[in-house]
Design a protein around this ligand. Structure first.
Ligand code: SAM
Length: 203
């Protein structure tokens, strides 16, 4: 059976993201994906990082059959779970801790409150040396915004006035309030960034 939903963008960026994950993730661990969408990312990462155990999730169940199809046969991927970052606790096993949280393309395609909630939740659910990875476009004070991102921002705000590409300094403020700091900033194709957030106190 063919997947019901398929994202061409996720197919294009999954390999560059995987290449970067190989550089920032430890050899093995337990990862939570937030805002899994179609599940194409988690499927690719699980296939290529078999020492990692993956938990996909999304606020909405609409994509769960797609996630199941994309991850079929992968023994290191759990079934998708409902996780709305705005609703705490995120998971009913409240003591669950993750070595990595991966969240792509949610921050700008959801209201600002989700960014705060993402940082606060990550601060609760990451293990001490765990990392939060966010991927997507950002506006940066000292980096000119590409024409593509300017147009993308306009189109997002036209679809929903609460959406839009976020200023990295604002995202950083929310991270700091959750006890996290920006540890790495990697430039990615198509004017995206992959950001690694760690606990401020962790060495
Ligand atoms: C543009 S899609 C990104 C999907 C996938 N991560 C990717 O990069 O292809 C945005 C996703 O964010 C999810 N989302 C929006 N609000 C959310 C929330 N409050 N909590 C968790 N996920 C949310 C949507 O359901 C959707 O799957």
């Amino acid at each position: 059976m063919a997947p019901v939903r398929y994202s061409p963008a996720a197919d294009r960026n999954k390999q560059p993201i995987l290449d970067t994950l190989r550089r920032v993730l430890p050899d093995r661990g337990k990862a939570l994906e937030i805002a899994s969408g179609t599940g194409q990312h988690v499927a690719w990462f699980a296939q290529n990082l078999p020492q990692w155990n993956w938990q996909p999730s999304d606020a909405y169940v609409d994509g769960f059959s797609d996630i199941a199809l994309h991850t079929q046969g992968l023994h290191n991927v759990h079934g998708p779970r409902v996780l709305d970052v705005l609703k705490w606790p995120w998971l009913d096993d409240v003591d669950a801790k993750f070595d990595a949280i991966y969240c792509a393309n949610m921050i700008h395609i959801s209201p600002w409150a989700t960014t705060k909630a993402l940082m606060q939740g990550a601060g609760q659910i990451l293990s001490l040396h765990g990392i939060l990875i966010t991927y997507g476009p950002y506006l940066e004070r000292d980096v000119p915004t590409s024409e593509g991102n300017q147009q993308f921002d306009t189109s997002l705000r036209a679809q929903n006035p609460a959406w839009g590409i976020r200023r990295l300094e604002d995202v950083e403020k929310e991270a700091v309030e959750a006890g996290l700091r920006l540890a790495q900033r990697m430039t990615m194709p198509a004017n995206n960034l992959l950001l690694v957030w760690t606990f401020s106190a962790a060495v």
